[in-house]
Design a protein around this ligand. Structure first.
Ligand SMILES: *[C@@H]1O[C@H](CO)[C@@H](O)[C@H](O)[C@H]1NC(C)=O
Ligand SMILES: [Cu+2]
Length: 166
């Protein structure tokens, strides 16, 4: 029995250490759009987006009830008029959409549920080239906005190991 535990420990320890360090080193930030509220009708997403500086590799997470909203990555013309017919680059509608900002460009997002874009479910982000050399100026995310999930997983594995050994 004891030898089984030791074998498991030797297998799982490196894995958990890798997961832990991956969480710490995460260069790219994850932003939950709208903070705790998520992607809902009536929020001011212009104000939300202006709190941050986004750079290539960052990820926007749109969290909402599937079917009530969606996320359209649109052209500037479509954004300004809240009319998706003027140009859609990409559609997301899972309710938990992870949008990686891959290019140093301006992205335009709207909700295409009727009335929602005009009601404020729209914002644009100007994505800067990935920072090289100069570290990010500040932790951009308030509580819950940018926590890497891997770190929690690494901690979980370690707790599991300790329970098995104890
Ligand atoms: C964003 O970048 C500008 C210009 O470099 C800087 O003045 C501002 O403080 C930054 N904002 C945040 C939230 O980091
Ligand atoms: Cu909506």
């Amino acid at each position: 029995m004891a030898s089984h535990h030791h074998l498991l420990f030797l297998l799982l320890l490196p894995i958990s250490l890798i997961l832990l360090s991956a969480g710490r080193r995460a260069a790219c930030e994850e932003y939950r759009v709208g903070g705790e509220d998520g992607w809902i009708n009536g929020n001011n997403y212009l104000r939300w987006s202006q709190q941050f500086n986004f750079s290539v590799g960052d990820v926007l997470v749109f969290s909402y009830v599937k079917g009530q909203h969606n996320v359209f990555d649109v052209t500037e013309a479509a954004f300004r008029s809240c009319n998706a017919e003027l140009g859609v680059n990409k559609r997301y509608e899972s309710g938990d959409d992870r949008v990686e900002l891959r290019r140093a460009a301006t992205y335009f997002f709207i909700c295409n549920t009727p009335g929602h874009c005009l009601g404020g479910m729209k914002f644009s982000v100007s994505v800067q080239p990935a920072a090289s050399g100069n570290p990010p100026a500040a932790e951009p995310a308030p509580e819950g906005n940018g926590a890497p999930r891997w770190r929690g997983l690494g901690g979980f594995v370690i707790v599991m190991i300790m329970m098995m050994l104890g």
